[in-house]
Structures are given as structure tokens and as C-alpha cells.
Design a protein around this ligand. Structure first.
Ligand code: ATP
Ligand code: MG
Length: 384
């Protein structure tokens, strides 16, 4: 018998014209996730098996597969010959010695001489004979022994389902450019779009030398964490120091954030178009901070001309966002106390409901095109 890992995807994808496309993307992503680990990748009808891996790497493989979108469930299983004796010997490895249990069987191979009910009953009896402290409880068992008779003359025997990340394979839904700050929200926003099958590249704005090297390392780390779910990412950085200085010098202090956001969105759209991204993604959530009122969102949205701006967190409470951040493993990094953009220029009382006429009047004091051009001169790409 062999130890294997079963990978299942959601049933919905078994039907319809998208299936081939789905499977190709999914397979590519699964293989990429297991890069560097010796194993054999086997495709079966509606599922995949990971075989011939080293025992000590089991946990690592499972951890990596749990981050691949499209994975519905995983199981650690044994593959054995499909005769009842082999199944019984294998089931003893999965079965506990005491408690209540039941056997659930499934026949992928309908030519198998026993029905699934017969397999369950027979195997249940054999296990009861082997472990005298066991009892059957078909309604509320402590654990379940599962048998799956496959088409290739083999049976898979396993106990549990491990919940996968669900969602759709990354690559099925185009590419977006995520505005990645050093905060809690934007990494979660990227995660959520990747879950719907979108490739995600990242753009980070910094105010070097007002912000330091640690702030940059923090963002690189966040991009690294995100990239485990997005099947890789590109991180671009652009300096907005000169823009903040120019706004500080020429414009009303309370509009600093509003005006800066408009520059960020303009630069982001231009970079997205250059890199063939089809939308911008931000971590905004309505009303969370002064710049995220509907007036603030309208103000930054109105400078984006060609692409949609997706805000997957717009209706989320902070608690919900934090839960997701913890779950994806980004929270501890996000709360490190290094600022992404310069706080020296931040006003004590930012405008909460900025009027577009005020914004345009203040902005007209700036050389918008010149400042954007200068920003692009600082564009860097960081390998993740
Ligand atoms: P986050 O937790 O993502 O930092 P936030 O609650 O701090 O969000 P804001 O500072 O208003 O909210 O930022 C709103 C969104 O604008 C962020 O989620 C992010 O998408 C984008 N953004 C803000 N600052 C930066 C930055 N320095 N670089 C790139 N994007 C940024
Ligand atoms: Mg922030």
C-alpha cells in the first residue's frame, strides 16, 4: 500500500464547457505550489493524487495545497489493492482502537462485485472483530472510515476531509493591479480577488527617505505572503515623496490625503495599462477612515479613466477583515509599526467630505503631469 494525498475540487467544475480550462489552470497552480518537493502527480477522474513523496514532507505538502484556490478538500489516504482483505489491513491504519464509528464507501468502479453498502457492512464487521472496544454508530459516530473503489483496480482508504481554500484557480479571471500599502486591508483585498481566480500584481507607494528600509521590507514580506495564494506576483514600487512635498507646499493641509490618493490612482492606472492588468484593486472599506467616505472614494475614483476599481472589502467591518488577515497569515506582519507613506505631512484634521470643486481648485496649483512623470522615474520592480 502507498501513502497518497487526495486533492478534490468543487463539483460545480465537473460540468460545463469551462472544465478543460479550469483543469489546466488548476494543474499548473498545484504543480507550482509543490515546486521543490519530490513527488508524483497523478490525474484521476475529477481529482488528483500526490504520490511517492517523503513521509516527513507530508505536512509541508498539505500546508501548501491548502493555499491553492480551487482546492475543495484534501485527504491523507492509503492506496491499496481493491480486494476486501487488503482494504481491511489498510483500514486498520486509519481506524481508532476505541470509540464509535461507521464505514462510508463509494464505488468509482461500478463493475466492482460488491455494492457500496455491502463493502461498508463487511468492512465494519471486520474492524469490529479486530478492535473489541469499537462500536458502530451510523448517526453520530466519533470517526468515519472511508473507502473509495477506483477504476484502476485500487482502493483509497482514508479518515478525514481537510478543508481547502475553495474559490477558483488563479488565472481564470484575468489580472488586477493591487494597491498594496503596509496595512491590514490591502493584502486581504488581494487575497479575495485571487480567490475569484484573478492574477494579482502589486504596486506600493513609499515616501523614501521619510519612510525607511524596514517599511519597504514589510511590504516585500506582505507581497511574499500574498504570493503564496496568488501563484506568484510582481511587486512594483513608486516614490511619492516629491508629490507629498509639492502638495504640502501649495495646497490646503486638510486635502493632503485626498490629493495624494488621486495621484496614486492615476499612477496605478497608467502602470496597470502598461502591464496589461484589467482593473485596480484597493483595500478600501466604506467609512473606515476619513478618506474612505463615499465623497473620498468618489474623489479618487474620478481620476481613473479606463479601468474599473475593485474594492472587495467595501462592505466589511474591520473585525471581519482582521479575521481574514489572520487566516491568510498576514496579520502579524501588517501590524508591524512601520509607516508606508510619510506621516510628517499628514494633517491633524483631514477633510472628511471633500467637495470636488475644492479638490479641483487645489489640484490646479500643481503640475499634475510633471509630478506623475517624475514618479515613474522612481519605478522599481522587486522580485518576489
Ligand atoms: P490598508 O490597511 O490597506 O493600509 P487603510 O485602512 O490604511 O488600508 P487607506 O490608508 O485609506 O486605508 O488606504 C486605502 C487603500 O489605498 C489601501 O487599502 C490601499 O489599497 C491603497 N493605499 C494606501 N496607501 C498606499 C500605499 N502607500 N501604497 C499603495 N497603496 C496604498
Ligand atoms: Mg494603510
Amino acid at each position: 500500500m502507498n501513502k497518497v494525498i487526495i486533492i478534490r475540487y468543487a463539483e460545480i467544475w465537473l460540468k460545463g464547457k469551462n472544465r478543460g480550462y479550469f483543469e489546466r489552470m488548476f494543474e499548473t497552480n498545484l504543480k507550482a505550489a509543490l515546486k521543490g518537493i519530490d513527488h508524483k502527480f497523478v490525474k484521476q477522474c475529477g481529482r488528483y493524487l500526490i504520490e511517492e513523496f517523503a513521509e516527513y514532507e507530508t505536512e509541508e505538502i498539505v500546508e501548501r495545497l491548502k493555499k491553492v484556490f480551487g482546492v475543495h478538500t484534501l485527504s491523507l489516504a492509503y492506496e491499496t489493492d481493491a480486494d476486501m482483505n487488503s482494504i481491511f489491513e489498510t483500514a486498520k491504519l486509519v481506524c481508532k482502537e476505541e470509540g464509535t464509528f461507521k464505514v462510508e464507501s463509494h464505488r468509482g468502479d461500478k463493475r466492482y462485485p460488491k455494492t457500496s453498502v455491502e463493502i461498508s457492512r463487511e468492512l465494519g464487521g471486520m474492524l469490529l472483530g479486530a478492535f473489541y472496544k469499537l462500536k458502530v454508530d451510523v448517526h453520530n459516530p466519533d470517526f468515519i472510515v472511508r473507502v473509495d473503489i477506483r477504476e484502476n483496480g485500487k482502493a483509497l482508504v482514508f479518515g478525514e476531509f481537510i478543508e481547502g481554500a475553495n474559490g477558483m484557480p488563479v488565472g481564470m479571471a484575468g489580472k488586477g493591479l493591487l494597491l498594496l500599502s503596509g496595512g491590514i486591508d490591502s493584502p486581504v483585498a488581494g487575497y479575495m480577488m485571487a480567490k475569484r481566480g484573478m492574477r494579482v500584481d502589486c504596486l506600493h507607494f513609499h515616501s523614501y527617505p521619510y519612510t525607511n528600509e524596514q517599511a519597504k521590507e514589510k511590504v516585500v514580506e506582505l507581497a511574499n505572503i500574498l504570493s503564496q495564494y496568488t501563484c506568484g506576483t510582481n511587486l512594483y514600487t513608486v516614490s511619492v515623496t516629491h508629490i507629498q512635498e509639492s502638495i504640502h507646499e501649495h495646497c490646503k493641509a486638510e486635502l493632503m490625503i485626498t490629493l495624494l490618493r488621486r495621484f496614486m490612482y492615476r499612477i496605478a492606472e497608467r502602470l496597470a495599462l502598461r502591464k496589461s492588468a484589467q482593473c485596480l484593486i484597493t483595500g478600501e472599506s466604506l467609512g473606515q477612515v476619513a478618506s474612505q467616505t463615499i465623497e473620498g472614494v468618489t474623489s479618487s475614483n474620478s481620476v481613473v479613466e479606463k479601468l474599473p476599481v475593485l474594492r472587495p472589502l467595501i462592505g466589511f467591518d474591520k473585525n471581519e477583515i482582521i479575521d481574514r488577515s489572520v487566516k491568510m497569515g498576514a496579520y502579524e506582519t501588517s501590524i508591524l509599526p512601520f509607516e508606508d507613506c510619510c506621516t510628517v505631512f499628514l494633517p491633524d484634521f483631514p477633510a472628511i467630505k471633500p467637495k470636488l470643486s475644492d479638490i479641483l481648485a487645489e489640484e490646479s496649483k500643481l503640475d499634475v503631469e510633471g509630478l506623475i512623470k517624475e514618479a515613474f522615474e522612481s519605478l522599481e520592480k522587486i522580485e518576489i
